[in-house]
Design a protein around this ligand. Structure first.
Ligand code: PLP
Length: 302
């Protein structure tokens, strides 16, 4: 019998198919939940401490109380990953996600949170084309939720803003990768991804106040600094994007992925990755011990 993956749910490790939540759970009813996602590289979990720190900050912002310490969350995450790793081959890896929902209302009016830790496959095959061709970024008309409405710095379950933007982009170009503008007209971020431009050798990304501070975003900035490449956080708009020498996206799954065009306007000289992006991708691969583009490209269909 094929072994089934397991998840952590409310203190127990159980088979994935038995992990169910109540229809009254606020995470389901209202998207009232917080999550964080890291990934493995060759089976090793990447920057778990940083992801858990961000997770607990998102919970603090949302006034969620998980009833578990960070150390307990980390230990439970290792347990889930260790139990599931034997079920995948050596060249595969997992997305690893912790979720805490507000939970279900109790008779006394308090809420009992639902806590889940799960592993799912990374979408190597579906996204491999982006490493071969570069991403065609498309900017939708929908703007990223501004901090005065709900801070984009918290990683919450309510993705409707990003989902609507994705639908708008995919209706125009099924391969298009959405990057939303903020309400001031500057580049913000996309679903699960931060955006970077390279201009005259300087690596530039939107200010942290307007976006989720991606762990891959800070990893890319750190690597650039180690390589003596200047980095800057700034308001950047579509003029900056169209006239950039290079552009790339960072995320837990992509790490660093080159951008080929923005709204059909070819970035730089064309051809990806550009030289600065290439150096950063190689440095990222060195850091995690895996050829990040190679892991995707190996799944390309002939
Ligand atoms: N922006 C948003 C809205 C996200 O949801 C994510 C991650 O899922 C990111 C950026 C990238 O963050 P990270 O590099 O930590 O995956």
């Amino acid at each position: 019998m094929a072994q089934e993956r397991v998840v952590f749910m409310n203190g127990e490790i159980i088979p994935d198919s038995q992990a169910t939540i109540s229809i009254h759970d606020r995470g389901f009813v209202s998207g009232d939940a917080v999550f964080d996602t890291t990934r493995t590289f060759g089976g090793k979990i990447f920057k778990l401490r940083e992801h858990i720190d961000r997770f607990y900050e998102s919970m603090k912002y949302m006034r969620h109380e998980p009833g578990m310490t960070k150390e307990e969350m980390i230990a439970a995450t290792f347990k889930v990953v260790d139990a599931n790793l034997p079920l995948i081959s050596d060249d595969e890896d997992f997305w690893v996600t912790q979720r805490v929902t507000r939970g279900v209302a109790q008779p006394d009016g308090s809420y009992k949170p639902t806590i889940i830790i799960e592993c799912v496959d990374l979408p190597f095959k579906e996204r491999a084309k982006y490493y071969r061709d570069g991403m065609p970024v498309v900017v939708p008309s929908i703007r990223r939720t501004p901090p005065e409405a709900m801070s984009p710095r918290a990683k919450v379950h309510n993705y409707i803003n990003l989902i609507l933007a994705t639908q708008e982009v995919k209706a125009q170009n099924p391969d298009g990768w959405p990057i939303l503008l903020d309400t001031n007209g500057n580049l913000a971020e996309g679903p699960g991804s931060n955006i970077f431009l390279v201009k005259d050798g300087v690596v530039i990304t939107p200010r942290e106040q307007m976006v989720l501070a991606g762990i891959s975003r800070s990893t890319a900035i750190e690597l650039a600094q180690e390589l003596n490449i200047d980095t800057r956080e700034a308001d950047i708009d579509l003029f900056d994007a169209y006239t950039a020498d290079e552009a790339f996206v960072t995320s837990t799954s992509f790490c660093i992925c080159p951008v080929a065009s923005v709204n059909g306007s070819i970035i730089g000289e064309g051809g990806v990755p550009g030289p600065v992006t290439d150096r950063l991708m190689k440095a990222y691969s060195g850091l995690v011990g895996i050829d990040i583009a190679g892991q995707y490209l190996a799944r390309l269909e002939a």
